[in-house]
Design a protein around this ligand. Structure first.
Ligand code: ADP
Length: 337
């Protein structure tokens, strides 16, 4: 015969069973090690007494654990005799490690342009009067380019930090894709020749369900990369269509005829600070954060991003986003409220 208490004690996550009045009947072993409070002292007491803000939905709460506070995710499920609660510790340590790795990579990335700026300014200060005007101008130009790079890096890092902390809020709405692409192409035409960019959208394409700023940023990053990693006499084409197998999804593709990406690098493309070493990449300005940011933004809009590429023959980046014509009922209702 199985002993229910024993089974609950074997589970790796914290389990608490309360009766209809919220009094603790079971406080399993994982819960004791999570909270530092034993079953003996907890069983028979009201759960609310220990965790007054607890509610039945998933939530993060903090438990007093010896001298420290502990983040846990909680879920409560009612049954006929009371409620079964699960408590799972947040993976804080892994997050801390990832954070530490990020800070160390960021510091390294920031130091490179800073060292260069400092080096050239030091030289100008120390021996500027021995340099020709042309040399002085060249050194100042390098320092300015590096300062611009630093600015771009800081902006991208701030975006990454906003994404990670969930501070980047989306306000999704119905958007006419052609209008958004037009805006993006117009703004990119300040930097690249307009004749290199071509939009091909079929008639009757449904609207896309997205946040306008995020969608503009996604398309800007992809089209900018497509133009940046291609020779100047090539074109970039932007296509869109409904997913042939699922009409609730819109595909937006950006295709270039550029340097392409070797297959071995496709996996790491969306990682932070990932730049693929090639003569053209070295020549072109970049932070290696654009595709990471793009992927995070696409996912925040409920979409996915795919890449196909043939080294030396160009790439196609495809973003799949919800089509507004097939919105789930609750979103439609929210729209008309
Ligand atoms: P970056 O700021 O370096 O452009 P991204 O994150 O946007 O950073 O891109 C990461 C790397 O992926 C680039 O450095 C480049 O090597 C490669 N890459 C991105 N888009 C393309 C493309 N359309 N064609 C070829 N390589 C690309």
């Amino acid at each position: 015969m199985l002993d229910e208490h024993e089974i609950l004690n074997c589970l790796p996550c914290g389990v608490v069973i309360t009766d209809r009045e919220g009094r603790i009947l079971v406080w399993n072993r994982a819960m004791s090690s999570l909270s530092g409070l034993s079953a003996e002292e907890m069983e028979g007491t009201p759960l609310q007494q220990w965790l007054p803000d607890i509610d039945r939905s998933h939530a993060s709460i903090v438990l007093p654990h010896r001298d420290q506070w502990l983040d846990v995710r909680v879920h409560g499920q009612d049954f006929s005799g009371g409620c079964a609660w699960t408590f799972v510790q947040e993976v804080r340590q892994e997050l801390d490690q990832a954070q530490a790795d990020f800070v160390s990579t960021v510091s390294h990335e920031l130091r490179t342009p800073l060292t260069s700026i400092k080096g050239f300014i030091d030289t100008l200060l120390r021996s500027g009067n021995q340099l020709s005007e042309k040399q002085q101008h060249r050194f100042l130009k390098i320092a300015k380019n590096q300062a611009d790079r630093l600015t771009r890096l800081v902006e991208d890092i701030l975006t990454v930090s906003r994404i990670q902390s969930g501070r980047l809020k989306n306000v999704p709405q119905r958007l006419d894709l052609a209008e958004v692409i037009d805006l993006v192409l117009e703004s990119l035409s300040q930097k690249y020749e307009a004749r290199r960019m071509h939009m091909h959208l079929p008639n009757g394409l449904p609207e896309v369900w997205a946040d306008q700023d995020r969608l503009e940023q996604i398309l800007t990053n992809l089209i900018d990369n497509a133009l940046k990693y291609s020779e100047k006499d090539t074109c970039v084409d932007i296509y869109a269509k409904l997913d042939p197998e699922d009409e609730s999804v819109l595909w937006i593709s950006v295709r270039d005829q550029g340097i392409g990406i070797p297959e071995v690098h496709l996996d790491q493309l969306f990682n932070r600070f990932s730049r693929i070493d090639s003569p053209l990449t070295r020549e072109r300005e970049g932070t290696g954060l654009g595709l990471y940011i793009t992927k995070s933004l696409v996912e925040s809009l409920g979409g996915t991003i795919l890449v196909e590429s043939q080294f030396g023959h160009g790439s196609i980046f495809t973003v799949c986003l919800p089509a507004a014509q097939h919105l789930p009922m609750h979103l439609e209702e929210g729209l008309h409220a």
